[in-house]
Design a protein around this ligand. Structure first.
Ligand SMILES: [Zn+2]
Length: 518
């Protein structure tokens, strides 16, 4: 015991020169956190000399950049510099855990997901190996960082090291001029796994876009309600539901037994993006835009419609309406409902619509049923029809079929949820009713080794954006157009039409109902 103490004592008592210290940490950054990056580089280059040149060049650049930054941070920042480095080591360990376990890309969208994730959701991602990553690759190097005494050297040495690092970066850059095509093609992907830069740069990018989104919304032209007929439109926003696993879209398993009997129309559709915030925004936006225009619920509410937003999810732009009903509120009102599942969102819906003091009612149910990685936790036991189900949160480790089974059960439960809403709407004799079920985005379930969602749409596989767009309506006179590929923006204009609302903003091209109908 005392011998170990002695060894540790001498290890930490002897000061290390700042150059050596920085070099050790830089090397550790490569070996400890950037293996997925180097693997990605190796996979994207051809075998042979040029591939090796690219691989070595990238390793040299990472080493030189970190050497320079660590040296400067510690030389000028001392303890403050160490604290900054320690924070990046801790975040690196967590980011690496997510890259390795979920094959995620750390893009600005992904950072948006991180900042918008509630603890209850985040805790679902952690496992024993997450704690191991954090301890061995986060805490242990931090202990070494703070325990080690540093010989700060002279200013001149600092200057020489800085110049040498910059020289190396420049030299490698020049040597790779012929590889610009490769760089151009691969930087978007590789840039999202390089640590710590992927999350640093993308946090800044996310913050900028968040600031932009929080500006005041641009109001749309006033609307008028055309008649006094009782009309209701219910939009159910699905979470990570992909059309591929809906039997209504040709899936071989019977995942939609109830809707199949409901005379619904299932339109082929694509989501505007592959992540929640953008998907939800597109569902309630009137056109593709990065700006914040008045969203559908706010617009209808301002123009005299009774708007109810029930949610078991998050990520929508700011709502300015009177009735936002979260699960806790619903549980108070319907104590017998099970608050663990989305079914609670459908409780007493028909009564609520009937008792409205308005003739036009718009309801949104924002569900979370197919949200990974814990699919098996998102539906009541009686919906566990496809077994056995995967219960690990580390998807890459999961048995593929078990993962599909668990996911399919969430779709089976979604089928029940939508059916329950339709059943309730059928009881509203005096009302003309429309129901639209549309997902925010799709989901990868291990195809090409990808899981979940959030890939930039230009690179994403179809599973992440092929979504269900399912419609039911009570008016037998109305017909639905033959639409090759519906968009989420169809919801806005179809809703205006369903509630007989006249507005300059209404675009018949984005209305799923035939224009010749009433
Ligand atoms: Zn989502």
């Amino acid at each position: 015991m005392s011998k170990t103490k002695n060894i540790l004592g001498t290890l930490f008592s002897k000061p290390i020169h700042i150059a050596l210290f920085s070099a050790i940490l830089s090397l550790f950054t490569i070996v400890g956190y950037n293996i997925p990056l180097l693997r990605g580089v190796a996979e994207s280059t051809e075998e042979g000399a040029n591939g090796i040149i690219i691989l070595c060049s990238i390793a040299i650049i990472i080493f030189a950049v970190h050497l320079l930054l660590i040296y400067l941070l510690i030389y000028f920042g001392r303890v403050a510099g160490k604290i900054i480095i320690a924070i990046s080591l801790l975040f690196n360990s967590l980011a690496l855990y997510f890259i390795n376990s979920y094959e995620v890309l750390i893009t600005s969208e992904m950072m948006g997901n991180v900042f918008n994730t509630r603890y209850s959701e985040a805790s679902g991602y952690f496992s024993l190996s997450g704690i191991l990553y954090f301890t061995l690759l986060g805490i242990v190097p931090c202990v070494w960082l703070f325990k080690t005494k540093i010989d700060y050297g002279r200013l001149k040495q600092m200057g020489i090291t800085a110049l040498a690092s910059l020289g190396a970066i420049l030299l490698v850059g020049v040597a790779n001029l012929s590889n610009t095509l490769w760089i151009d093609r691969n930087v978007p992907h590789l840039g999202s796994i390089i640590l710590p830069w992927s999350y640093t740069v993308n946090t800044v990018r996310y913050y900028n876009s968040w600031k932009r989104l929080n500006q005041k919304e641009i109001l749309l032209p006033d609307a008028t309600i055309n008649n006094n007929n009782k009309e209701v439109c219910v939009v159910i926003i699905g979470e990570s539901a992909r059309s591929k696993n809906f039997s209504l879209y040709g899936y071989e398993r019977t995942t939609n037994p109830l809707m199949a009997q409901d005379s619904v129309v299932a339109l082929p559709a694509e989501s505007a993006a592959t992540y929640t915030t953008a998907g939800v925004k597109a569902i309630i936006d009137h056109q593709p835009t990065n700006k914040l225009y008045e969203i559908l619920p706010n617009y209808l509410y301002r123009n005299g419609v009774d708007v109810i937003w029930r949610t078991n999810n998050w990520g929508e732009p700011p709502l300015h309406i009177a009735n936002i009903e979260k699960v806790a509120t619903l549980k108070e009102r319907y104590p017998n409902a099970d608050e663990r599942y989305d079914g609670i969102l459908t409780e007493g819906l028909a009564e609520r619509i009937k008792s409205s003091d308005k003739n036009k009612v718009f309801v949104v149910l924002h569900t979370s049923t197919s949200h990974g990685p814990t699919y098996y936790k998102k539906y009541p036991a009686e919906f566990e029809k496809f077994t056995p189900v995967c219960t690990t949160v580390e998807m890459a480790e999961a048995d593929h079929q078990e993962l599909i089974n668990a996911y399919d059960n969430t779709i089976l439960y979604t089928d029940y949820l939508v059916h329950t809403v339709i059943e309730q709407l059928r009881t509203l004799d005096e009302w003309r009713a429309t129901m639209i079920f549309v997902s925010d985005h799709g989901e990868s379930l291990g195809e090409n080794n990808l899981y979940m969602h959030g890939m930039p749409k230009s690179m994403a596989p179809a599973e992440q954006f092929d979504i269900p767009f399912i419609v039911w309506h009570s008016d037998s006179e109305r017909t639905i157009k033959n639409i090759e590929c519906a968009e989420q923006y169809h919801v806005f204009h179809t809703t205006l039409r369903s509630l007989s609302i006249e507005s300059e903003i209404y675009n018949p091209e984005y209305d799923i109902f035939n224009n010749t109908n009433n």
